[in-house]
Design a protein around this ligand. Structure first.
Ligand code: F6R
Length: 241
C-alpha cells in the first residue's frame, strides 16, 4: 500500500483530484468507481474546477457508485443519486446514461444487485475506485462481519454508521437502516484503488487498515491484499501510524 500523507483535507482533495483528472486524460474511456459521504466532496470540487479550467472531458467516461440507501426516493436530497448529481455529475460533461448507482427503490432488490454486478462486468470492471472508510472499518457499506467474497448485496447498516450519517439528516430516525452496496469481492476486482481519509476520528481505522490483522471484522483490512492501493490521508488520520 502506498501512503501519501498530506497536511489537511484541502491538500488531500487536490492530490486526489490531480491523480484522478490525470488518469481521465490518459484514458478518456476510464471506468471510475465513485464514493459519497463527506470525504470526497472536495475532490469532486477539484474535478469540477479542473474540467472548467483545463477542459478535462468526461464525455466517454463511465462511473459506478459504491452504494445507495434503500427506502429513499432518488429525488430525496439525501439519496446518493441526488448527492452525485449535485456534487459532481451536473457540473461535468459526463453522459448521465453512463453513470450507474444501485437503485434503492427497485421492486426486486436481489435482482437489482445481480443487475448491478452485470453492469460492472459489461463495462469491463472498474479501472479506478475511490473509497472512503467508516470508523468501524466499513468500505462502501460493507459493515464488520461481511464476507470477503461478498458481491453487490443488501446490507443492514451498523448502529455506528447510522449515528455517523445522521449529520446529513434532520434526525437519526430519518437515516435509512438498509442499503445496497457493492461487495468486498466486487471492490477488490478494481484495477486501482484510492482511499481517502481525514481527521482524528479516522485515526484508529487507518491504523487497523494498514497495520491490523486481515479480518472480516474489519472489512477495510482486506485492502492489504490488493496490489494497487494508494491511501491519501491527512496527518490527523495518520497520527497512529
Ligand atoms: C460512501 C461509502 C462509505 C463512506 C464512509 C465514510 O459511498 O461507501 O463507505 O466512504 O462511510 O464516510 P465519510 O466520508 O462521510 O466519513
Amino acid at each position: 500500500m502506498k501512503i501519501i500523507k498530506v497536511a489537511d483535507s484541502t491538500e488531500m482533495s487536490k492530490t486526489a483530484g490531480e491523480m484522478i483528472a490525470e488518469k481521465v486524460r490518459a484514458n478518456p474511456e476510464i471506468v471510475l468507481g465513485l464514493a459519497t459521504g463527506g470525504t470526497p466532496v472536495g475532490t469532486y470540487q477539484y474535478l469540477i474546477e479542473d474540467h472548467r479550467k483545463k477542459g478535462t472531458s468526461y464525455s466517454r467516461v463511465s462511473s459506478v457508485n459504491l452504494d445507495e440507501y434503500i427506502g429513499l426516493p432518488k429525488t430525496d436530497p439525501n439519496s446518493y443519486y441526488s448527492f452525485m448529481k449535485t456534487n459532481l455529475f451536473d457540473h461535468l460533461d459526463i453522459n448521465p446514461e453512463q453513470t450507474f448507482i444501485p437503485d434503492g427503490s427497485a421492486a426486486d432488490l436481489e435482482e437489482e444487485c445481480a443487475n448491478y454486478e452485470r453492469k460492472i462486468a459489461a463495462l469491463g470492471g472498474v479501472d479506478l475506485q475511490l473509497l472512503g472508510i467508516g470508523r468501524n472499518g466499513h468500505i462502501a457499506f460493507n459493515e464488520p462481519g461481511t464476507p470477503f467474497e461478498s458481491r453487490t448485496h443488501v446490507i443492514s447498516l451498523a448502529e455506528d454508521t447510522i449515528k455517523d450519517n445522521a449529520r446529513f439528516f434532520s434526525s437519526p430516525e430519518e437515516v435509512p437502516t438498509k442499503a445496497i452496496t457493492m461487495g468486498i469481492a466486487t471492490i477488490l476486482e478494481s484495477k486501482e484503488i484510492i482511499l481517502l481519509a481525514t481527521g482524528k476520528s479516522k485515526a484508529e481505522a487507518l491504523y487497523s487498515l494498514v497495520k491490523g490483522e486481515v479480518t472480516e471484522d474489519f472489512p477495510a483490512s482486506i485492502l492489504q491484499r490488493h496490489g494497487n492501493v494508494t491511501i491519501i490521508a491527512d496527518e490527523d488520520a495518520l497520527s497512529l501510524i
